[in-house]
Design a protein around this ligand. Structure first.
Ligand SMILES: NC(=O)c1ccc[n+]([C@@H]2O[C@H](COP(=O)([O-])OP(=O)(O)OC[C@H]3O[C@@H](n4cnc5c(N)ncnc54)[C@H](OP(=O)(O)O)[C@@H]3O)[C@@H](O)[C@H]2O)c1
Length: 349
């Protein structure tokens, strides 16, 4: 298949928009149309994304239905609550990939509780590897016109825990997840707690106590993967790195299950996945090994004395955690090989 896909990127001055431009530029058929944003409209892209050399002289324009018209694909990388109104006015034949949260949740009540405001509706969910009742979420994507790209923390936790849930080898009613999160996860907005003087040399927990907005999305996903009742204690901590998420999750071992069955559940779940890799026993994921790549690295162990399964997963929040997931979904929607244009190799050291 050889065609030109005219892709608009809205939020092009932000972290996700920049990563969408970097990742999508590796796709053989992608050609960028409008690059839109808000306060930076009128600036050259190179002012805000100096690493994107081939696009440095492109102009950023205001985000509007007019500037986003006439494209095959529109990628929205906007603050939550912003994309719903814009997407509703885009032509139904345009493929819209929303990297924000507006269309991820099936429950309007959960949206109201965690985000507030009106729920914009629910789109097909862009996590191809999500285990569903009769296969994987990738089966639901071909031909879709709207895709909700998952949250970054959600991706690390869902991919970490879902094999155990789907195989019934862990108890999903007593899950814990503690995450080390790089600062780009918070976006480019100015805030005191995001200053280098606060963050360098510090590990800083936030949204502690069941308040983080990604919790209902994780619960939703693990429900799709087979859990009737999901209860998860979720605690993210900002750590002084620009990118990356390291999620450490634990769950009670289900009754009568041994360590071999646990390992088999994770290894079989991801045996055929191009981007989710269970590491050899004893080797633990690091965020550094995923930088710049569309990979999720996973390891699992059984803590026999505690009676719990321990899972560690690592992703680059800007690649597998959003821009890479968006491109992977676009490939499936449009009938390209799922891996087209996506990086398997990370940047190291
Ligand atoms: N950061 C991550 O790791 C990550 C991962 C997964 C998903 N996400 C989601 O992706 C979205 C973007 O996140 P980000 O980290 O890229 O944020 P960001 O760095 O703060 O960028 C936000 C972008 O949205 C634009 N914008 C702000 N208000 C707007 C408005 N009213 N209308 C149109 N454009 C507007 C900004 O334009 P100006 O700069 O011109 O004002 C900027 O381009 C968020 O929904 C976030 O939750 C983020």
């Amino acid at each position: 298949m050889h065609m030109t896909l005219k892709v608009a990127v809205s939020g092009a001055s932000g972290y996700v928009g920049g990563e969408v431009l970097r990742v999508f530029s590796e796709h053989p058929d992608v050609e960028f149309g409008s690059l839109t944003a808000h306060s930076s409209a009128g600036d050259r892209l190179g002012v805000h994304q100096p690493h994107l050399r081939s696009l440095a002289d492109r102009d950023i324009v205001a985000t509007s239905v007019d500037t986003l018209a006439g494209h095959d694909v529109v990628v929205l990388a906007l603050p939550h609550g912003t994309s719903g109104a814009i997407a509703a006015q885009l032509p139904p034949e345009t493929l819209v990939l929303d990297c924000g949260a507006d269309h991820r949740l099936a429950s309007a009540e959960a949206w109201a509780e965690y985000y507030g405001g009106d729920h914009s509706g629910t789109w097909p969910y862009g996590m191809p590897e999500l285990i569903t009742a009769d296969g994987h979420q990738r089966d639901a994507l071909p031909g879709a016109k709207r895709v909700a790209v998952p949250g970054c923390n959600v991706t690390a936790v869902t991919l970490g825990l879902q094999p155990g849930v789907a195989a019934g080898v862990i108890d999903p009613t007593d899950l814990t997840a503690v995450l080390a999160v790089g600062y780009s996860g918070a976006g480019k907005k100015l805030a005191t707690n995001l200053l280098a003087s606060e963050g360098l040399g510090a590990a800083s927990p936030y949204a502690v106590g069941g308040t983080h907005r990604h919790i209902p999305e994780i619960v939703q996903n693990l429900g799709v993967a087979g859990a009737d009742d999901v209860r998860i204690s979720f605690t993210p901590t900002l750590v002084p790195m620009a990118r990356g998420i390291l999620a450490t999750m634990t769950a009670p071992l289900a009754a009568g299950v041994d360590a071999d069955q646990v390992r088999a559940a994770w290894e079989s779940a991801y045996a055929d996945e191009p981007f989710v890799h269970v590491l050899p026993e004893g080797q633990w994921p690091t965020t550094a090994a995923t930088l710049g790549a569309n990979t999720c690295l996973v390891q699992v162990a059984v803590d026999k004395k505690a009676g719990r399964v321990v899972v560690v997963s690592a992703i680059d929040n800007l690649v597998k955690g959003t821009a890479g997931a968006a491109l992977q979904s676009m490939n499936i929607v449009l009938g390209y090989p799922e891996t087209t244009g996506l990086q398997l190799q990370g940047v190291a050291p």
